[in-house]
Design a protein around this ligand. Structure first.
Ligand code: HEM
Ligand SMILES: [Mg+2]
Length: 273
């Protein structure tokens, strides 16, 4: 009897050890007090899963390429380009790495009107802010979010920021960066053909800075390439226009149709004389 108990204990403890040894190196662990985190929900996520250094430091080109490849299946060329665009965050000349803290400097890469962080003028520009995020996600009215709904969040946040933040800054290059950020959830979690994404995946990701594996997500089987990023960014850019086509049934009255056109023509004539 005693030997059976000893055997059972030995088996149980070696099983526990084996479990420990094979435990997932990409298990999600929130950053600790000494770890750097930044304004990018995905860079934080990759650090929380150990695809990037968990302390948020030493993001070399190789580390970024490996993290984006292993965590999200971005191809190496794309990973390299993204790192090159971000290395300016480290102010040291010829820097070979950046940290997540470097990303926090306002108006270098971090910008106003973020979807999930408040403007630097109002407080912490890099920690997830539920109040701000709730403003953004109220436009995601269906279980499947469209490019248009994502863009509503972007436009609304910019409008709110411009109307209330005396330091509101949003240059043409910020716009390009911002379009890429709005496209990002579709690229990683969504349907590339339909340009849509499941709302629950996006909300889970932003709110937990965790890959939504437990909701059934897995990284795309086909590598994400620069062409995919450009195509998704184009779709988002197109969705930022607030114009529509002409109404399907234009009113017949020539007066109504010509009212403003006539006014514009008159103004043009009067400025010429
Ligand atoms: C080298 C890789 C990357 C770098 C250096 C980077 C850097 C940044 C920075 C500095 C911001 C802050 C901009 C702001 O003020 O809102 C940001 C935002 C964002 N990033 Fe990244 N990022 C990277 C990759 C990715 C990837 C692969 C995704 C995919 C999901 C992603 C998703 C986002 C999103 C959704 C935002 C907007 C957050 C918000 O508006 O609250 N990023 N990123
Ligand atoms: Mg910001």
């Amino acid at each position: 009897m005693k030997s059976i108990i000893i055997l059972a204990t030995t088996v149980a403890s070696s099983y526990a050890r084996a479990q420990y040894q094979v435990s997932d190196p990409h298990e999600w662990i929130a950053g600790g007090a000494d770890d750097f985190r930044g304004p990018c929900p995905m860079m934080n996520t990759l650090a929380n899963h150990g695809f990037l250094p968990r302390d948020g430091r030493n993001i070399t080109r190789d580390n970024a390429i490996a993290a984006l490849k292993n965590g999200l299946n971005f191809n190496a060329t794309l990973g390299g380009i993204m790192w090159e665009q971000a290395i300016i965050a480290n102010p040291e000349p010829n820097a070979t790495f950046f940290t997540l803290d470097h990303l926090n400097v306002h108006n270098v890469l971090e910008h106003d009107a973020s979807l999930s962080r408040t403007d630097a003028a109002f407080g912490n520009n890099h920690v997830f802010n539920q109040t701000v995020f709730d403003v953004s996600r109220k436009w995601w009215t269906d279980e499947t979010i469209t490019a248009e709904q994502l863009v509503h969040s972007k436009i609304y946040r910019q409008l709110e920021s411009r109307a209330t933040n005396p330091n509101y800054t949003f240059s043409a290059s910020t716009e390009q960066f911002s379009i890429g950020e709005v496209a990002a959830p579709v690229i990683v979690f969504g349907d590339l053909d339909a340009v849509t994404v499941q709302r629950n995946l996006v909300e889970f990701f932003f709110e937990n800075e965790k890959l939504p594996t437990e909701l059934g997500w897995s990284k795309k089987a086909d590598e994400i390439t620069l062409d995919i990023i450009l195509a998704m960014s184009d779709a988002i850019r197109n969705a930022t226009s607030l114009l529509t086509g002409a109404p399907a049934t234009a009113p017949d009255s020539p007066h109504r149709r010509d009212l403003h056109a006539g006014l514009v023509a008159t103004l043009k004539r009067s400025t010429r004389t």
